[in-house]
Design a protein. Structure first.
Length: 480
């Protein structure tokens, strides 16, 4: 699909699929053209398909879909089209664990092997898996060689292989951080054993049905067994679309493999914005950020990234061409659900998400001109090394210190005594922090770096160069 055609389709669907705007706050009526403008800007960078739903106080204030869920069959993308949710499944798994803890059927300090004897390592607790501090294999890529085409990959089989490849955890449980999808798959098995229900039934009864997530389900092992027309993943390469799809034969669930529509994700956000996802007595301890080796994780116990006040939270799921966002704001009782099945440039996608969150709250999205210029500025590894040697320490307006740290060829950023977080170079002088899906731009000074610009889904901060500070070599990956 050409960019012009995609823009026309987006505009038509904004008008045709907008949710009820009357009877609400004065800014509701303006959401449709504002969302359309944000989408048009993103579509001008690259065509993509997806859906968006915005809610406030339990009602839809704007909804739209654009493009195609399946380009081969021409199935359109609507606000209720199911799409792969990636790691958003972890928010359901964490909530399931805390509900069972609240009911006394599961304990955070319980050794995982008491419930999941297939788990490969001793001395790992439920709390370690929740906090990604168990030292388990981070992903599944290393296991592919053990399976033949068409063979289902179950959680039990993957845990067995993880133990064969690494008989001991990567670090003493509780002393480090290693993001692990498989760890959350193991937690889903713990939920099944503690509750006596299949994971799919548990999340359906506790979360999907009570909160109206009518288009959400655990994906079937075989893609051919999909219960509805399946949304496929794509990417744009060399002027044409190519498949960038989900994988077949996946029988594991908990860290991924839940499917949601944009509407269902907005409703999941509403469940948290309105305080009804968990009993209050279960949510209060769960919202705390766990400590790992004395440092506070960026994720809370329910697997959400939140602002400092804990009232605005979000999480993202991504797999190949699929991307999904849930955002919720308890103070404003608002939520956003966004899904796409098309790989997009990361900055374009983030700018869209930040703009949508701001518009829903009645705020003007921040300017992007400085960031665009820094994205286009030449900046190579030698520039980084020289900059960090000359100016590694910065100060935020509130007095907090920001430190750039070289760890071999990698670059990390640390704010005060929080754990250092790895940075991924995007382009020019702009870096992304995968730990919380925020962004860092480096602006040159007279010598070295003069300022760091930090942008998250919630805030824009600028840190100015301070006195040079010593660079350490952090061990292990920081909390994410």
């Amino acid at each position: 699909m050409g960019a012009a055609r995609a823009l026309m389709l987006a505009s038509a669907l904004v008008a045709g699929c907008a949710g009820p705007a009357g009877g609400g706050r004065p800014d509701d009526a303006g959401l449709a053209p504002q969302a359309d403008a944000l989408l048009s800007e993103a579509l001008a960078v690259q065509p993509f398909s997806g859906a968006l739903v915005m809610m406030r106080d339990g009602r839809v204030v704007h909804a739209q879909g654009w493009g195609l869920a399946d380009r081969g069959s021409g199935v359109p993308f609507t606000p209720e089209t199911p799409s792969d949710g990636g790691s958003l499944a972890k928010t359901f798994t964490a909530a399931s664990v805390w509900w069972l803890v609240h009911e006394g059927r599961l304990a955070l300090a319980s050794p995982v092997r008491h419930l999941v004897p297939e788990y490969p390592h001793d001395c790992v607790t439920v709390a370690h898996l929740l906090a990604h501090s168990a030292g388990l294999a981070p992903d599944y890529a290393g296991f592919d060689r053990h399976f033949h085409p068409g063979q289902a990959r179950s959680t039990a089989a993957l845990l067995q292989l993880a133990g064969r490849d690494a008989p001991e955890p990567a670090f003493a449980p509780g002393t480090g951080f290693a993001y692990s999808d498989l760890g959350y798959d193991a937690l889903a098995l713990a939920v099944e054993r503690a509750s006596g229900q299949p994971y799919a039934d548990f999340v359906r009864e506790r979360f999907f049905r009570p909160h109206g997530l009518v288009h959400s389900f655990v994906r079937p092992v075989r893609l051919a067994d999909w219960p509805v027309p399946r949304t496929r993943g794509y990417r744009w390469r060399d002027g044409r679309w190519e498949d960038h799809d989900a994988y077949d034969d996946e029988a594991f669930v908990g860290g991924s493999n839940l499917v949601f529509s944009a509407g269902d994700l907005a409703r999941w956000g509403q469940a948290w914005a309105l305080g009804g996802a968990l009993p209050a007595a279960a949510e209060t301890p769960a919202r705390q950020r766990p400590r790992i080796a004395g440092r506070v994780s960026a994720l809370d116990g329910l697997h959400w990234w939140c602002d400092d006040g804990g009232t605005r939270c979000h999480f993202i799921g991504a797999l190949n061409g699929f991307h999904a966002l849930v955002f919720w704001d308890r103070a404003r009782r608002e939520s956003v659900g966004l899904v796409t099945n098309t790989e997009l440039p990361p900055w374009t996608l983030f700018t869209l998400e930040r703009g949508l969150v701001d518009r829903l709250a009645g705020r003007e999205p921040p300017a992007t001109e400085r960031w665009a210029a820094l994205l286009a500025t030449r900046h190579d590894a030698a520039d980084v090394a020289a900059a960090v040697r000359s100016t590694g320490c910065f100060r935020l307006p509130d007095g907090r210190q920001v430190t750039l740290i070289r760890d071999g060829a990698a670059l990390q950023l640390q704010i005060d005594d929080q754990p250092p977080e790895g940075l991924e170079h995007v382009a020019g002088r702009v870096y992304r922090r995968p730990a919380d899906e925020s962004w860092v731009a480096m602006e040159a000074g007279s010598t070295g770096l003069g300022r760091l610009h930090l942008r998250s889904l919630y805030d824009d901060l600028t840190a100015t160069a301070a006195a040079p500070c010593a660079t350490g070599t952090p061990t292990g990956r920081p909390p994410a």
